[in-house]
Design a protein around this ligand. Structure first.
Ligand code: NAD
Ligand code: TYD
Length: 370
């Protein structure tokens, strides 16, 4: 039996991880610490909210005293760290929050973990700090370059990836210097349910449903290696249970796609969904091009992202050989599940679009009823 502290558990991957963990290990206690920034959504945790083994704490990872209290109060032995500013475009226009949360926030967690687990000795012999990072720390690949492995030198290009790289180094240093029991996973682009619709895949799905343009940055030939979010959760689970202390494990989908091809694929899946299910046209009256089978007409080439990395790809050899890790979903099955989830969860993404997903926070601090 374990007591987990999951930071960023109200975000996209964190929430999927919490759902996965509470289903897989129903005896474990899961405490989520989340600041509910624009990317945090309390509704992402609705499926577990009534579970007696679930606790939600609204707070900031930079608040070291709060983290220390949570570690002690809930007798935490495993900290899984997802909380971050995660969107590259936002890091280009406003890097400060990325430095604050991704670097200073990670250091705040490390300090608290060291104090409670090592200095005060709570769970000294049995603790784990698992840090969730990204393949973007390795920089960018040319078309023929071998995929990123755990020994690829760090070469982050965006303020986002630079801040994640810094946090990876701090985690490593706390292991090397103080003996904190850490593991790190660096994964490729995730997709799936609860994905915030500022990222490519959910943006394209929800824009088709509203007949809005589908922005393709530059020539659309940039490549990403897409990983279904539940496969990521399984990978983290394996690293926590079987990974070597102090090590990093790359988790990928073995699934490279050019952006434009993925957008065209989603267009065709949406057109097919509308053709096969006549109720969709009534439920989504705005989606006139999908109804006609012409979603791809919404594709619009726009100015490229500054410093846009050309290609990411993960060499999964270490996680495969050492942990037996393999993604379960194929891209066909994962993207079909994702499209279906968004079609069936209109109230979730509409609440994000109209801002009402923030009501919970408003109510907490004004006492207003929703
Ligand atoms: P997200 O932006 O959807 O969610 C981030 C969560 O962290 C939100 O709930 C937010 O409220 C919370 N948060 C932000 N700042 C906080 C703070 N200071 N204190 C407490 N909570 C805070 O992110 P995501 O896509 O779920 O990514 C989760 C992790 O996985 C991040 O560390 C990210 O770098 C990493 N990652 C993501 C991807 C991806 O494809 N999304 C790929 C590789 C790695
Ligand atoms: P994104 O989902 O933001 O993830 P990341 O930048 O972490 O890879 O973007 C995925 C790819 O899609 C990336 O190459 C940028 C591109 N992109 C677009 O072409 N148009 C868009 O509107 C968005 C959000 C992304």
């Amino acid at each position: 039996m374990s007591n987990l502290l999951v930071t960023g558990g109200a975000g996209f991957i964190g929430a999927n991880f919490v759902h996965y963990w509470m289903e897989t290990y129903p005896q474990d206690k899961v405490v989520v610490l989340d600041a509910l920034t624009y990317a945090g959504n309390k509704a992402n945790l609705d499926p577990v909210a009534q579970n007696p083994n679930f606790v939600f704490s609204h707070g900031n990872i930079c608040d070291t005293a709060l983290v220390e209290t949570l570690l002690k109060e809930h007798h935490i032995d495993t900290l899984v760290h997802f909380a971050a500013e995660s969107h590259v475009d936002r890091s280009i226009t406003g890097p400060d929050a990325f430095i604050e949360t991704n670097i200073i926030g990670t250091h705040s967690l490390l300090k608290a973990a060291k104090k409670i687990w090592l200095d005060e000795g709570l769970n000294e012999e049995n603790h784990r700090f698992h840090h969730v990072s990204t393949d973007e720390v390795y920089g960018t690949l040319g078309p023929e370059d071998p995929a990123f492995s755990e020994t690829t030198p760090y070469a982050p290009n965006s303020p986002y990836s630079a801040s994640k790289a810094a946090s990876d180094h701090l985690v490593r240093a706390y292991h090397h210097t103080y003996g904190l029991e850490v593991t790190t996973s660096n994964c490729s682009n995730n997709y799936g349910p609860y994905h915030f619709p500022e990222k490519l895949i959910p943006l394209v799905i929800t824009n088709i449903l509203q007949d809005k343009p589908l922005p393709i940055y530059g020539d659309g030939q940039q490549i990403r290696d897409w990983l279904y979010v539940e496969d990521h959760a399984r990978g983290i689970d394996l690293v926590i249970r079987e990974g070597r202390l102090g090590e990093c494990y790359n988790i990928g989908g073995i699934n490279e796609w050019a952006n434009i091809d993925i957008v065209k694929l989603i267009c065709s899946l949406m057109d097919k969904a509308f053709a096969e299910d006549p109720t969709l046209a009534a439920r989504y009256p705005q989606a006139s091009l999908a109804k006609q089978g012409n979603s791809a007409e919404l594709i619009t080439y726009v100015k490229d992202r500054a410093g846009h990395d050309r290609r990411y790809a993960i060499d999964p050899a270490r996680s495969n050989n050492e942990l037996g890790y393999q993604p379960i979903e194929t891209f066909d099955s994962g993207i079909a599940k994702t499209v279906t989830w968004f079609l069936n969860n209109e109230s979730w993404w509409r609440a994000v679009m109209d801002g009402s997903y923030r009501d919970w926070i408003e109510q907490q601090y004004t006492g207003r009823e929703g």
